[in-house]
Structures are given as C-alpha cells and as structure tokens.
Design a binder for this molecule. Structure first.
Ligand code: AGP
Length: 606
C-alpha cells in the first residue's frame, strides 16, 4: 500500500516526481524517496516521515536528470527508516514497489547464499537484487525485470530504472494498480490517475500480468510471457485542478464541499424523470433468478452498504445481507448463482473487497462493483460496474465518495425495483424528484457550518463521543463516529439508538457528548424517547434534526438542522454535518486531517 511514480521525458524528473508523489501521498506517508538518472548514474534521495521531508532533502541536495522513479511508503515489511524507504538500489538498478512479496524470505535466503548483501528489512529489496542478477548475466533491463518477476509470488506493481539503459523505465502490474501516462515526448507511470494529470490526461491502464517499457518517445506493452499487444489510451476527464486543494486548507474540507457536484455527476444522464426510472446502459443483470442480494465492503464503504440494506429491502423488496469483506470470504457464505453481490469501494483496490468478489464469482454469483475509480481492479473483476463520479478523493477520510455510494445504491434500488415492478412509475417519479433536489439541500446544510464550528469548539476536549441513529440512519451514526475517530483520534462509538438501554447507557454522564440523528421519519418518536434517556442521565446532547422541528430542539443542548427529504436520501443530508463536525473538532485539535496517523487511503493488503 504505497504510491509509485515514474517519469521520462524532457523536463527535470525530480520536479515531476515530487508533484506526482504529492498526489499519491494519501497511499502512504511514513517515508518517501526518488531515484533520478543522469549521464549513466542514478542518484538517490530518501527521507523518513512526510513527503515534505523529501521536498526539503531535494531542495538541499538537488538532483538533475530527465528519467526517474519515486515512491511514497506505507510500511508493511520493516519500520519506516531511511534504509527501508524506496527506491532500493543494487548494481546500478533502482526499484520502487507497491504491494507485498509473499515469498521474499525464501528468495532472500537464496540470494544471500549467492553472496548478496541486504541493506534493508523490506520485501522490495529482493527485487533490485533479482533484477541485477539477470543484468549481471547479460540481460537487458526489460528482460531482467521479466525474469525477476517470474520468481516472485504476491501482489505488486513495480517500476525499475537502470544505469545501463538511460531514458528507460520498466513497469509491471500484478494485482496492484499501474497506469501509464502518454504525453508528447514524455511518458509517466503511476499508481493512480491524479499523479499524471499535470503531464497528460491520456492513459493506458495495465492489467494483471502485463508490463510496459517507457522511453520518452513511446511505450511498449507486453505480457509477462513476452507477447506484445496494443491498447488505445483512454482520455481521463478529471482535470488537474480536481486533484488540488482549490483554496481550501485541507482536501477533506474541499471534498466535503464537492458533494453537491459529486452527486450531480453520479446521476448525470441516468435519471428518467418522466418514466420515474433510472437508465443504466448494459446492466442486464438476470434479476429473474436473483433471490438474495449481498452487499460487501470495508470501512466507510461498508457503512454505505449497511444503509443500502435498508434502501434495497424497502424499495427493491428483496432479502439483502451485508458483510464486511474481510469476514465474508472466511465464513463459507451460502452463495450460489441465485445471489447478486454488490461490492462497494471508493478506490476499487481494497484487497479484502477484491478477494470477496473473486470468491463469490467462483461460487457462481453475479457481481456488481460500485466504484469511484475507472479501470480499477474491482471494476475489472465484477460483471457490471456502477461508477460514482465523485472525482479524485485525496483526503484519507472518505466523504464525497461515501455520499456518492449512498446515491448509487438508491439509484440501483430504483432501477431494480422498476425492472421487477416493485416500484410503480408514480413512486419512481417521486424518488427521482427527491434526488434532483438533493444537491441544493446539501448546499443548505453548509449554512449550518458556523453553528457546527461553535459545537466543535465546545466539545473538542471530550475524550469520548456516542453517536445514535435508527433504521437507515444507524449506519450514518457509525460513519459519524468513524470520521471522528479517524481524524481527531477521539474515541467514538456509533449505536442503534434502541440498543442504548441494553448496555451503552452505562457510559452516559456529563462528560459524554451524544450526537443523536433524529430526522422526522417513522422512528422519530422513538428517537425522542432515546434522547430523553440520555438527558435524564446528564449526557450532553447534540441533535441533528430537520428544519422546522422545534420539539426535539427544545430538549437538547445543541442543534444542527438539515432539510427534509425522503427517508432514503436523508442519510446523505445527515452525513454532511457529521463530516463537518469531525472536521472542525480535528481542526481544533490540530491533528493531521488529510493524513491521519497510521492510516492509508487504500488498503491493498489483506
Ligand atoms: C474511510 O474514511 C476510510 N479511511 C476507510 O475506512 C475506507 O473506507 C476503507 O478502507 C475502504 O476503502 P475503499 O472504499 O477504497 O474500498
């Protein structure tokens, strides 16, 4: 779970690599480094800690050259030290790597027996030794990389340069993403799209078992068996500015603000207002055979899946189960061809989610990916893909991707409900109308930000928080608590409000802020009861309620208001103030909001 980048062309590579790494820093940020090739000599720069340290290092000791590779690391094997930072060098070969090499210990022993001396604790270093072993035996870089990789088991993407072949980068993809950027007289390699956008918006997405050789004038594509192939580049419609902070202090805050746009883009071209229906091209899921839906995901995407269960069961009227991807695949689930499995993932690269999809496919289920990154591993694996168009999400804490997933599930439920006649045209028209109003309603929630900032100032010293919700809003309570934990490091728990009296109520006292989600829905009277229980025990209540609700407002310490919507889109409206609350608490605490400690954006290890 790291970011890799490569550049060859006419510009100074170090600047392009640093800019690219900045866009990939969300993938890991405990150390970073680069290798730049000039006049047949590779110069290395590496530093421990945030990427800004590498910027300082390169400013202190500039490095010149038109070809280079870079890396930002999230440690799996070996602590975050300079020795363990990438690139790893051996005999004039430098390598960067994202992923895990499973058989590295056996290979390391073999190499040590042959006389190799290791400088790091990483699995990656065996790659530089293996490639150099081939070069020593007379192989060209391309051939050497192919041979080296043949020995290796695991999931990885790598990029290598050699002092013996200036101007060339060789990359390989095996189960970790790798993208080739095609410029004019300059080429790039990267783990993710934002890293290439300053140079080009034309990209080739490598598939597993494929390799690429880049020179400034062209790319050569081949399989690991050496078979050449051609693939047309795709135009990327993300602009470089989408991957910048655009005047905001943090990516997270910018991404929260982008939600009306993200939702509009996710719905674009899909809403059939007159028919009360959703247009999904090529979604010929054999619904007649489907008896059960499974939703699977990790983290925030799992929270969207949990909300999806309520939406699917109500609108599509089909039994729907939700599983954490990391549990699903290990519990021998009852899956067969009568099951439809929908996997949700912002990145499309989460290892557990990918593994779950592979497993259910093996058992005969139909699979749909709900994903934010085109050509990601998940979209390739699934039978159908529903793309959310949230745009690049850089902040480690997911915000706009989450609400776009909620909307995607709503759209799928309407689509399936209409296909199976569980939803009438009239009902469908009402559901589509509500969706069309959603972006403007989110804009209204932003008017509450001043009030949310004041609440954040009041409570940011608290050690614990409880979030309560009912029904489709229970997962939103879980998500609110997760956002707070991730970026402010405050302990927070989300509960189904009805569960309070079965145990958690023992935690309530005057030091415990409780965030209650109490929109005017069928559970509202029960939520009021739960809020009374909290107040009666001296707890401090922050309620997120609907505009115009004075009853709940009168009973609580602090109030945040959101517009009224259909119960199935209310989770989107409730999510926004919870994101803002977590954000402003973290601002008050002075934590590293976009790159919280110990986290990485996509978890590509199981
Ligand atoms: C969200 O704030 C998280 N950092 C994390 O839980 C994330 O949602 C999870 O790792 C799944 O990622 P994915 O959506 O890219 O699969």
């Amino acid at each position: 779970m790291c970011g890799i980048v490569g550049y060859t062309g006419s510009r100074e590579a170090s600047g392009v690599l640093l800019d690219g790494l900045r866009k990939l820093e969300y993938r890991g940020y405990d150390s970073s480094g680069m290798a730049v090739l000039l006049d047949g000599v590779i110069e290395l720069r590496r530093s421990v800690g945030k990427l800004s340290r590498l910027f300082d290092e390169v400013a202190k000791r500039p490095v010149s050259g038109k070809t280079g590779i870079g890396h930002t690391r999230w440690a799996t094997h070996g602590r975050p030290t300079e020795e363990n930072a990438h690139p790893h060098m051996e005999g004039g070969v430098a390598v960067v790597h994202n992923g895990i090499i499973e058989n590295y210990l056996a290979l390391k022993e073999e190499l040590i027996r042959e006389g190799a001396r290791f400088k790091s604790e990483t699995d990656t270093e065996i790659l530089s030794h293996l490639i150099y072993r081939e070069i020593r035996n007379g192989a060209r870089l391309e051939e050497a990389v192919r041979e080296a990789v043949r020995n290796v088991k695991g999931a990885f993407a790598i990029a290598a340069i050699s002092e013996h072949e200036p101007g060339m980068i060789v990359g390989v993809r095996v189960e970790c993403p790798l993208i080739v950027g095609i410029g004019e007289g300059e080429m790039m390699l990267a783990s993710d799209i934002p890293a290439i956008l300053d140079v080009t918006r034309s990209a080739i997405f490598l598939k597993d078992g494929e390799m690429v050789t880049l020179t400034r004038d062209g790319v050569k594509l081949q399989t690991l068996r050496g078979e050449r192939f051609h693939r047309e580049p795709r135009h990327i419609d993300w602009s470089p500015i989408m991957a910048e902070k655009g005047g905001y202090r943090h990516f997270m805050r910018k991404e929260i603000a982008e939600q009306p746009r993200a939702i509009t883009d996710t719905c674009r071209g899909l809403l059939l207002e007159e028919e009360g229906d959703v247009f999904l091209n090529g979604f010929d899921v054999p619904l007649i055979d489907v008896e059960r839906v499974y939703l699977t995901a990790c983290g925030t995407s799992w929270h969207a899946a949990l909300a999806g269960k309520y939406i699917f069961e109500e609108l599509f009227r089909i039994p729907t189960e939700v599983d954490l991807a990391s549990e699903f695949r290990y519990r021998n689930p009852l899956i067969d061809k009568k099951c439809l499995v929908i996997a949700l993932s912002q990145s499309g690269e989460t290892a557990d989610t990918l593994a779950a999809v592979k497993e259910v496919k093996r058992r005969g289920a139909s699979t749909i990916a709900v994903c934010n990154v085109i050509e990601s591993s998940l979209t390739r694996e699934a039978d159908w893909s529903f793309m959310t168009h949230a745009g690049p999400e850089i902040g480690v804490a997911s915000t706009k991707a989450f609400t776009s997933q909620l909307v995607a599930l709503y759209l799928l439920a309407v689509y399936f409900g209409r296909r199976t006649e569980k939803i009438t045209r009239e009902t469908g028209m009402g559901l589509i109308q509500e969706l069309l109003k959603l972006p403007k309603k989110i804009d209204k929630v932003f008017e509450e930000e001043g009030r949310i900032e004041a609440i954040a100032r009041k409570y940011f010293h608290s050690r614990d928080f409880i979030y309560l919700g009912r029904g489709v809003n229970f997962p939103i309570a879980l998500e609110g608590a997760l956002k707070l934990k991730e970026i402010s490091y405050i302990h927070a728990e989300g509960y189904a409000a009805g569960e309070m009296k079965h145990g958690p109520i023992a935690l309530i006292d005057e030091d415990m802020p409780v965030v209650a989600l109490a929109p005017l829905d069928a559970s509202y009277p029960k939520m009021l009861g739960n809020m009374e229980e909290v107040k009666a025990r001296g707890g401090r209540l922050i309620a997120v309620i609907n505009e115009g609700d004075s009853e709940a407002a009168a009973r609580v310490d602090d109030v945040i208001r959101v517009p009224v919507s259909t119960p199935f889109l209310t989770p989107v409206l409730l999510s926004v103030p919870l994101q803002l609350l977590a954000y402003h608490i973290a601002v008050n605490k002075g934590t590293d909001i976009d790159q919280p400690r110990n986290l990485a954006k996509s978890v590509t290890v199981e």
